[in-house]
Design a protein around this ligand. Structure first.
Ligand code: APR
Length: 245
């Protein structure tokens, strides 16, 4: 870890009033959740256009549900890691702290983060494809027919698929938090999927000190004020420790 950059970040954190954090799949990697574009990434094994689009669901809802139930099963077995918990400690230090996540795994919530904006939904939730009403029932693929809403609509996972609009409250809140942030941390994301990927630039344009924490360089690396390369589950606790009591 670049000690000089850490020193600069600590100074900035000590004087900041408003902090916004954007996380991606990388922060959950150390919990055992596969990323999307890493070597063992989901999109290396599966075709997003067959599994994570409205057309895919209309064409083959059974296949799409099989895949989401497989991921739900996987995520039901994982726990938040030191990176998730370090963000809880960081949140306690600021009256104005917003955690914006692209992750649907719910690990920030499970870790105890409070002010969270889930841009891409939450994989543990279901809703009606037609009326949008949430659905609490069990998804049983062996029942011969997929569950239906009382309105007759198909039940789908409550996540955002490619080509779909993000939940308005989440993306509007994310832009607001980015525009007023003194410090913006981008953690564990390849920074290529929009509109989430435009949040760091929005923050920087509005004067925020932009920090990237990632395992490898991304399109954001050259634009960040400082870039800390490494595992978020190691870097974040180290920053908290250096920040002290
Ligand atoms: N610590 C920090 N960064 C890590 C770690 C780690 N332990 N492990 C991996 N990374 C980095 C990778 O280097 C990569 O740059 O995390 C990034 C993960 O990138 P993606 O797999 O592209 O995931 P993400 O950026 O969250 O994807 C955005 O794309 O597929 C859609 O909706 C999906 O929300 C997702 C969106």
């Amino acid at each position: 870890m670049d000690d000089n950059n850490i020193k600069i970040l600590l100074e900035k954190l000590k004087s900041a009033k408003s902090v916004a954090v954007l996380t991606g799949a990388g922060i959950s990697a150390e919990s055992g959740v596969p990323t999307f574009r890493g070597d063992e990434g989901l999109w290396k094994k599966f075709r997003p256009e067959e599994l994570a689009t409205v057309d895919a669901f209309m064409a083959n809802p059974q296949l799409v549900w099989e895949w989401y139930l497989y991921r739900r099963e996987l995520m039901s077995k994982v726990e938040p890691n030191a990176g998730h918990y370090a963000l809880i400690e960081l949140e306690k230090r600021f009256d104005d702290f917003t955690l914006i996540t692209q992750n649907v795994d719910g690990l920030h919530r499970n870790a105890g983060s409070s002010n969270i904006l889930e841009l891409h939904g939450n994989i543990t939730l279901n809703k009606c494809f037609d009326c949008g009403q949430s659905f609490e029932g069990k998804i049983n693929l062996d029942a011969g027919s997929l569950p239906q809403c009382e309105c007759g609509g198909k039940i789908r996972p409550d996540v955002v698929w490619f080509g779909e609009l993000l939940p308005a409250h989440a993306i509007n809140g994310a832009f607001e938090a980015s525009q007023k942030a003194d410090i913006f941390l981008s953690i564990g994301t390849s920074a290529i999927v929009h509109p989430a990927a435009s949040l760091p630039m929005e923050a920087s344009r509005n004067g925020a000190f932009l920090v990237e924490i990632n395992l490898e360089p991304t399109p954001l690396t050259g634009m960040a004020d400082i870039s800390l390369m490494g595992k978020s589950g190691e870097i974040l606790p180290a920053i908290l420790e250096r920040l002290g009591g």
